[in-house]
Ligand binder design. Structure first.
Ligand SMILES: NC(=O)c1ccc[n+]([C@@H]2O[C@H](COP(=O)([O-])OP(=O)(O)OC[C@H]3O[C@@H](n4cnc5c(N)ncnc54)[C@H](OP(=O)(O)O)[C@@H]3O)[C@@H](O)[C@H]2O)c1
Length: 281
């Protein structure tokens, strides 16, 4: 929480220190990803929006142009369930001085049910989207981010990796991978002399997006508010940050609650959303 007092609002300027700063946001056609694009556009970044729906992506680019008429906005279509398509993104980005990579796309809309009943093909889909895509994209773009440092890599994570509830083991597993991958990469960048490649894992609790489906309230901020919090939290310089203040307060409360109780409460909530037996009241 202390970083909120000392962090500088203009910290993103550090990653705009080139004639034409470019950012790439994955899963940028909706939710937090789209909102992150709006925040970055307002801060003077040109943006490549990644997603799977060209019509939605094109309309997002139009919206961004209204917001930031001097900005350049392009999109690249690549279904993250097919990690071989990382190559499409690399081709779009490779001639640009990329300084910001936001790995926002994840395995978000998976089934809520016991692993016992999950279709094995769904497991592959979850891992392709939430693990392989992210690792391969990072690997492919890392040389560009090293070349144009200071640069920034953000991974969108979830409280579910910290307090993994029942019925969403595949989802929590993918986020657990992202969490440790991010921290390890952060340490590695420092050890091999690329300290100026900042790597951060941003732990999100809830946001009122399509995949969450919950209405907006104080604990469930709109994607716009969540995105503002994420970009502000870059100034924390922490490897693992809980960007939204209410979520950080909740994380402290959780420290006082035994883990078995957290698991029981979250399990009760998720049991009502089970996709194998239909939602219960
Ligand atoms: N919202 C929350 O409460 C919450 C909580 C914890 C963590 N998070 C994390 O925050 C990130 C963003 O979540 P969100 O709630 O903003 O999600 P969202 O509203 O569902 O938006 C997801 C974005 O990713 C795109 N996308 C999904 N699957 C894709 C695929 N296979 N290939 C290419 N693009 C794909 C979507 O494209 P379309 O527009 O075509 O659907 C959309 O642009 C995720 O990593 C999520 O795990 C969210």
């Amino acid at each position: 929480m202390f970083w909120r007092i000392v962090s500088r609002a203009n910290v993103m300027d550090r990653f705009r220190d080139t004639d034409e700063p470019w950012a790439l946001v994955t899963g940028a056609s909706d939710g937090i990803g789209k909102s992150l694009c709006k925040v970055l556009a307002r801060r003077g970044f040109n943006i490549i929006l990644h997603g799977r729906d060209p019509a939605k992506l094109s309309s997002c680019c139009d919206e961004l142009l209204v917001l930031a008429p001097k900005g350049k906005f392009e999109f690249v279509e690549a279904d993250a369930t097919q990690p071989a398509l990382v190559q499409n993104v690399v081709e779009t980005v490779s001639n640009k001085p990329l300084t910001v990579l936001i790995n926002n796309v994840g395995y978000t809309t998976g089934p809520v049910q016991p692993l016992l009943t999950i279709d094995p093909a769904e497991i592959q889909r979850g891992i392709d989207t939430g693990v392989t895509w992210t690792a391969q994209l990072t690997r492919a773009l890392l040389p560009l981010l090293v070349q144009h440092k200071p640069s920034l890599i953000i991974y969108l994570g979830s409280y579910a990796a910290t307090h993994p509830p029942p019925f969403i083991a595949l989802y929590t597993g993918t986020k657990g991978f992202v969490q440790t991958f991010s921290e390890s990469l952060r340490r590695e960048m420092r050890v091999i002399g690329h300290k100026e490649v900042e790597v951060q894992y941003h732990e999100v609790y809830f946001s009122a997006t399509k995949s969450n489906g919950a209405p907006e309230n104080l604990a469930t901020p709109s994607p716009d508010r969540m995105a503002e919090a994420i970009i502000s939290a870059v100034g924390s310089y922490k490897g693992h940050v809980i960007p939204y203040w209410v979520h950080e307060l909740l994380s402290w409360v959780f420290l006082l609650v035994p883990e078995w109780l957290i698991a029981r409460i979250s399990g009760t909530v998720l049991a009502k959303k089970r996709t194998d037996i239909g939602p219960s009241q």
